[in-house]
Design a binder for this molecule. Structure first.
Ligand SMILES: NC(=O)c1ccc[n+]([C@@H]2O[C@H](COP(=O)([O-])OP(=O)(O)OC[C@H]3O[C@@H](n4cnc5c(N)ncnc54)[C@H](O)[C@@H]3O)[C@@H](O)[C@H]2O)c1
Length: 315
């Protein structure tokens, strides 16, 4: 019988790609609340594509409402739960911390505790490279944004139950994931839209930020392989999902100069509140577990994103 997987945040960027891929082999139930009703254009496109998948069922539920969730868990008896629903974004977390608390911490706890109660075998959740803050070591106790604190909190909550459950738990620290159907609030998509509209780009920290940019297909392939290698997993594991190599934001600008073949204005501005200066994944644990890690170069990945972007904007 096909295994049953719950994916929360299925209308979001990573959740959409993951639901699309996993529903080829598994029975997938996707949950999303469309960020409290504001269904964006990109969310509509993602949802429409997923609605065509035979083994995918969508349920509009808010993960901060435990009663509704419990009914779903009892009905489907999931083998695997993947929690990706969250409010992302560093800067906003300073201005709207209550929303982050409700969705990222309470919501996470609801999904996690129900997974234990309903004897789910594998629980995977989206953490973030932001837990490293500005530490250049493995230190994660000094988050510099409330968003990062919510992700660190997820990791601590997940760890606290491990002696009380047989469920395997994996936290995935994603590193700046990008690609087709991506998030319009993230630099790669945002810059492309501004260039297209002949508007200036605001580039933070004068372009000196470096990021371990991870192409979406690599991220999804990593998760698929983690599920396949379920037996090899420890009871509790945290994995960086990134290339182990970082690029400057200016490298992205240079790629866009070649792609768009037109001049655009760049306004260099100072570092923003909560911004981490550099991110770089430690790929060793992931590589030794699944014999794979994201490798797509920024140049190649942006090429694929750009092809999609041109197509998407024609419509
Ligand atoms: N994209 C990245 O580069 C990146 C980096 C680090 C961590 N992450 C984490 O990975 C996960 C997925 O990120 P993404 O980029 O796909 O973000 P996204 O915003 O595209 O997707 C998140 C989805 O969760 C949904 N959601 C939020 N609160 C909810 C709730 N209470 N109930 C139901 N649904 C809810 C949203 O409607 C959205 O569709 C998130 O946990 C995010 O924090 C992403």
């Amino acid at each position: 019988m096909r295994k049953k997987i719950l994916i929360t945040g299925s209308a979001g960027f990573i959740g959409f790609h993951l639901s699309n891929s996993l529903s080829d082999k598994y029975t997938v139930v996707g949950i999303d609340n469309y960020l409290n009703e504001t269904k964006s254009e990109i969310t509509k496109i993602r949802s429409k594509k997923l609605s065509k998948k035979k083994n995918f069922t969508f349920l509009k539920i808010d993960i901060s409402k435990k009663n509704k969730l419990e009914k779903v868990f009892k009905k489907y008896k999931f083998d695997i739960v993947i929690n990706l629903a969250a409010i992302p974004g560093v800067r906003n977390s300073f201005f709207k911390p209550d929303i982050y608390f409700k969705n990222n911490i309470e919501g996470f706890y609801n999904i996690y505790s129900l997974s234990i109660k309903c004897k789910v075998k594998l629980f995977i959740y989206g953490s973030s490279s932001s837990v490293y803050g500005n530490s250049n070591k493995e230190e994660t106790n000094n988050p510099i944004s409330f968003y990062a604190a919510t992700k660190k909190c997820n990791e601590i909550i997940a760890h606290s139950f491990i002696e009380n459950t047989k469920m395997k738990v994996v936290g995935l620290r994603f590193f700046t994931v990008y690609g087709p159907f991506g998030r319009p609030d993230m630099a790669i998509f945002k810059f492309a839209k501004l260039i297209e509209k002949n508007k200036p780009i605001h580039i933070f920290n004068y372009g000196n930020h470096t990021r371990d940019f991870s192409y979406i297909d690599d991220t999804i392939h990593s998760i698929v392989l983690i599920i396949k290698n379920q037996r090899k997993l420890k009871n509790y594991q945290l994995l960086d999902i990134g290339k182990g190599k970082n690029d400057k934001l200016f490298d992205l600008i240079n790629i866009y100069k070649k792609k768009f073949r037109k001049k655009f204005r760049i306004k260099k501005i100072s570092k923003q509140i909560g911004d981490v200066e550099t991110t770089k994944a430690n790929i060793k644990p992931l590589k030794s577990l699944i014999n794979f890690y994201p490798k797509t170069s920024l140049d190649k990945g942006i090429g694929k994103f750009f092809e999609w972007f041109v197509e998407y904007y024609k419509k």
